[in-house]
Write a protein that binds this ligand. Structure first.
Ligand code: PLP
Ligand code: TYF
Length: 391
């Protein structure tokens, strides 16, 4: 038997739990205030259009729908990006952000077979698994400092400054999973300078664009990296921002040195895709493209995305207040400063076990909770449970 995924495995335990009060703070999925995964209105309208068009289902190009690739690229890089305008950025439709990471990893393994990969400590566990399965040795660089609930920035910079040239560095562009702790703009500039000086290969993963501060603000790291000289890999995902988890909508973008190099890189990436899954599926890509190319639907999407972001922020603030009210003296204000869906709550493994066994509240063993699973009906129950186990 292969080991269970530490996060998706929790779903199985949760589904088997008969307690009607159970709460799943494990997997990183956004739920609305009624506890459901939302079907966004912009998606519902776009899907109706797509169905009315009744398009045939021929194979898509290997690199996906051209309009999808253009929209995905513009969303991440911005409309006035010079690398993009110079034709130096290639973008492919992939099977979610995971597919983008996998295609990028397989490509890099052919191009820099001797390189090693560095992921943050901690990171999304699938980062390690994906790059290892592509054949790389995966190391970690310091990232989270539990004593400050912030970034161990000196530790991170020291590690970057000691990596061999051409090492592949995986960075979370925003809404770090699992900690919720991001770099400041100034820290990003220092990271970019170190990465370029040492000729490292940056791979930015942006799976939560729009869940931090907003679509443009959350893409700041990608855009600043793209403005510096050197290669750049970006995996992006619409799973969360469109609530289209099961449609597998993502993109891989690579910034190259010239439009000529871009053509060669694209041809190699297409070879990787062909030997993985040949070409991407049609439906999800068409929905996303319809939303992003229609000014009305796009405005509606931004509004709905903004509501998801704001609801998470409200839940963060309420959780901090409610625990403070129950256990005076506790200061969880760092939870309110974290961004995106997750919070490294500081709960011990023992506290997480008690939450699960005594209260049917499911969190990841590391203390990561998905704040986007809290709502006005379950937050008091969760705050009561947490108060009991930290008292
Ligand atoms: N990268 C990070 C950091 C994630 O948290 C996720 C979450 O699922 C992904 C990538 C993969 O996203 P997708 O579901 O689009 O494959
Ligand atoms: O971290 C999370 O919860 C999300 C969802 O193998 C996820 O990114 C978790 C594990 C996994 C794939 C997706």
């Amino acid at each position: 038997m292969a080991p269970r995924d530490p996060i998706l495995g929790l779903n199985e335990l949760f589904n088997a739990d008969k307690n009607p009060a159970k709460v799943n703070l494990g997997v990183g999925v956004y739920y609305d205030d009624t506890g459901k995964v939302p079907l966004l209105e912009c998606v519902r309208l776009a899907e109706r259009q797509v169905l009315e068009q009744a398009s045939p289902r021929n194979y898509l190009p290997i690199d996906g729908l051209p309009a999808y690739d253009r929209m995905a690229q513009t969303l991440v890089f911005g409309a006035d990006n010079s690398a993009a305008n110079e034709g130096r950025v290639v973008t492919l439709q992939t099977l979610g952000g995971t597919g983008a990471l996998k295609v990028g990893a397989d490509f890099l393994r052919r191009i820099v077979p001797g390189a090693q990969v560095w992921i943050s400590n901690p990171s999304w566990e699938n980062h390690r698994a994906l790059f290892e399965s592509a054949g790389f040795t995966v190391n970690t660089y310091p990232y989270y400092d539990p004593s400050t609930h912030g970034v161990d920035f000196p530790g991170m910079m020291k590690a970057l400054n000691e990596m061999p040239a051409h090492s592949i560095v995986v960075l979370h562009a925003c809404c770090h999973n699992p900690t919720g702790v991001d770099l400041t703009t100034q820290q990003w500039d220092e990271v970019i300078a170190a990465v370029r000086k040492r000729a490292l290969i940056p791979f930015l993963d942006i799976a939560y664009q729009g869940f931090g501060e907003g679509l443009d603000a959350d893409a700041l790291a990608v855009r600043r990296f793209a403005g510096s000289e050197g290669p750049l890999f970006v995996s992006s995902s619409f799973s969360k921002s469109f609530s289209l988890y099961g449609e597998r909508v993502g993109a891989l973008s690579v910034v190259t040195a010239s439009s000529d190099e871009a053509a060669r890189v694209l041809s190699q990436l297409k070879r990787v895709v062909r030997t993985n899954y040949s070409n991407p599926p049609t439906h999800g890509g068409r929905i996303v493209t319809s939303v992003l190319t229609s000014p009305d639907l796009r405005a509606l999407w931004e509004q709905e995305l903004g509501q998801m972001r704001e609801r998470i922020r409200t839940m963060r603030n309420q959780l901090v207040e409610k625990i403070h009210a129950r256990v005076p003296g506790t200061d969880l204000s760092f939870v309110a400063r974290q961004r995106g869906m997750f919070s490294y709550s500081g709960l011990s493994k023992e506290a997480v076990r008690r939450l699960r066994e005594e209260f049917s509240v499911y969190a990841v063993d590391t203390g990561r909770i998905c704040v986007a699973a809290l709502n006005s009906r379950n937050i008091d129950y969760v705050a009561d449970a947490i108060a009991q186990v930290i008292r």
